[in-house]
Design a protein around this ligand. Structure first.
Ligand SMILES: *Cc1c(COP(=O)(O)O)cnc(C)c1O
Length: 428
């Protein structure tokens, strides 16, 4: 598409956007009496207007039924998670029985590594992207230590080539192959949080399996953002949070994927709890853990119904939208428009103040663009915030902007770029 740098052009794109009405489903944070320009769905998605009602209905069930709420009422809590599993399975490209809704992301990463990081004295290494989200790094470090290995020896981090910001898939594959004898687990993000790069999960899974390793993904920045096909790719496991692109609220409940090929493998270790016990006999409270079939067998604790209700509100909007694949068409256009406008800003300045480090290839990115500021990054970011443009700041010099197709407009993107240009002029 031939983009134009004008408000009327942005508005014409909004007028022909089939998803434009979905914005009405969300509360948009306010700035001086107007809608803020919220480009931060990669950090905390916005609140659906239905969230409150849906949570209130569970508070009412608790108020009216007490403990009977587990079995009685319109939406018995014992089955409440079932409402979430179908939409989540669609979002990550899984079979329903490969999904469980539980805990928080880093907790789930640990639980899944209990099952899928099974180091032996020869094959004990974990291969991951350099610059992974810190929580993932800490989780991996502590798992490696727990098993008695040295961090520097047991963790292989793949970094971009000199002078580059993102990873080349061929370099990832070469490293997996080169370390095949020693790698026990290949663990990657679906999308790197800092650069916004999508990793080729299909190719990484195939290479990891070829090397005799388990392969898992952290989809924090990918779930609800880009189409995924976990089942088809054959990934062993995955986990994600739901408060970023899935709008479940701060600290919302996380989810896991365990491929069905592992559901009957009794040799896999797991840290068990009663909520993973066969549902049929869960309340007989007998000794000897027997897991529920499928990913639900990895559940540990009682379902947090209020958190699930909050996620339910957002997933209903995803269902209304149809699919992430459909939303992604808008997302690609929205992000491409932002990219075009940022380049226009540089053009107007006569030099590249904002270097986009997110891949230019639309197959290699989701909604997020990460910009390195040539100078004055923090001051520019602060100027944006004081004018109601909410992105996020990552030390030392990166601004991340994520237009989300569910609630952002082309006009949002247009205004954000306008303030970027103003900001540079302001701080200089
Ligand atoms: C956001 C994010 C997290 C956060 O983990 P929590 O356990 O939810 O705090 C972890 N990993 C990645 C890759 C993330 O993007």
């Amino acid at each position: 598409m031939n983009f134009e740098n004008s408000l009327s052009f942005a508005q014409s794109l909004d007028a022909s956007d089939q998803f434009r009405n979905l914005r009405e489903e969300f509360y948009i944070p306010q700035h001086k009496g107007n809608d803020a320009i919220y480009l931060c769905g990669n950090s905390l998605g916005l609140q659906p207007k239905s969230t409150e009602t849906i949570i209130m209905s569970q508070l009412a069930a608790w108020r009216n039924l007490g403990v009977e709420g587990w079995f009685e009422g319109d939406e018995p809590w014992l089955q409440y998670h079932k409402k979430l599993i179908g939409p989540l399975a669609k979002i990550v490209g899984a079979q329903a029985h490969e999904i469980a809704v539980m805990n928080s992301l880093t907790v789930n990463l640990h639980l899944l590594m209990v099952s899928f990081y099974k180091p032996t004295s020869k094959k004990y290494k974990i291969l991951m992207e350099a610059g992974a989200f810190p929580s993932d790094q800490y989780a991996v470090e502590s798992q490696v230590k727990f098993h008695g290995f040295e961090l520097a020896d047991a963790i292989i981090e793949i970094a971009p080539r000199e002078g580059e910001y993102t990873l080349r898939i061929e370099d990832i594959i070469v490293q997996i192959n080169a370390n095949a004898d020693e790698v026990a687990l290949v663990l990657f993000a679906g999308i790197n949080y800092y650069t916004g790069q999508i990793f080729d999960m299909k190719a990484i899974t195939a290479a990891g399996h070829q090397a005799g390793a388990y392969v898992g993904f952290d989809l924090a920045h990918a779930a609800g953002n880009v189409p995924l096909s976990l089942h088809e790719w054959g990934a062993d496991f995955a986990c994600w949070c739901s408060y970023k692109y899935m709008n479940s609220g701060p600290g919302g409940i996380s989810g896991i994927f365990v491929h069905e090929k592992h559901h009957h493998d009794t040799s896999l270790d797991r840290f068990a709890g009663w909520w993973g016990y066969k549902l049929k006999d869960r309340f007989k409270m007998t000794p000897g853990f027997q897991p529920e079939a499928g990913a639900e067998g990895w559940q540990v604790s009682t379902s947090p119904i209020l958190l699930m209700a909050s996620l339910n509100a957002s997933l209903q909007i995803f269902e209304k939208a149809g699919s992430v694949t459909a939303l992604n068409k808008k997302s690609i256009l929205l992000t491409a428009y932002l990219e075009y406008l940022i380049k226009q800003v540089n053009k107007q300045l006569n030099y590249e103040h904002f270097k986009i480090i997110t891949p230019a290839n639309q197959q290699e990115r989701g909604s997020q663009l990460s910009l390195i500021c040539k100078s004055d990054g923090k001051a520019i970011f602060d100027y944006l915030v004081s004018n109601g443009v909410i992105g996020d700041w990552r030390e030392p010099d990166v601004i991340r902007l994520s237009p989300v197709p569910l609630y952002n407009s082309f006009e949002d993107v247009y205004q954000a770029a306008k303030y970027l240009l103003e900001a540079v002029k302001h701080v200089q």
